[in-house]
Design a protein around this ligand. Sequence first.
Ligand SMILES: [Zn+2]
Length: 178
Amino acid sequence: MDKNLFLIPLNGLARGRTETVMKVGRQFFESFENSEILDADLDVCVVIEKSGDYTGVDCHVSGSVSVACDRCLDPLALPVDTVALLSVKFGDGGAAGGDDDDSSGREIVWLSGDDAELDLAQVIYDYVCLSLPMLRMHPEGECNPLVMKYLRTGISVTDTGDTAQDSPFAALKGIFEN
Ligand SMILES: [Zn+2]
């Protein structure tokens, strides 16, 4: 995947409002070496507003990603709907520990004076990953029935006090490691 697609040439943009739409798929997350996200189908709407010294970038990411279910390991589709509001500033304020939010709640991104390109790839990646829930599970009853059957059998055998060797968990362990 060409990461240059996500470089916004801020200095070259006209004053006023510029809108652009980007597509983010599985390869995007692969390029970050993220193995948690199995698939992705996301639209990123970017609105850049330049006026005076102010450069604002609104990034709305929506669509869905697919991750492994924590319970049955089958793919689980998660909706994504997150917004990154950035205020781009030029100079070395970031080095002075100025990497904060501005008064309107926008995250301030510092670019050095001659670095006029904003790399949105990292921003999109961070916001999508942060928007995902900690617990990722199918709704009750919608997990892979085969895996759930194994899990249930394992629990009942363990409850009757069988030894570890002939527990179905031993077989299950092999499945999950493959
Ligand atoms: Zn599941």
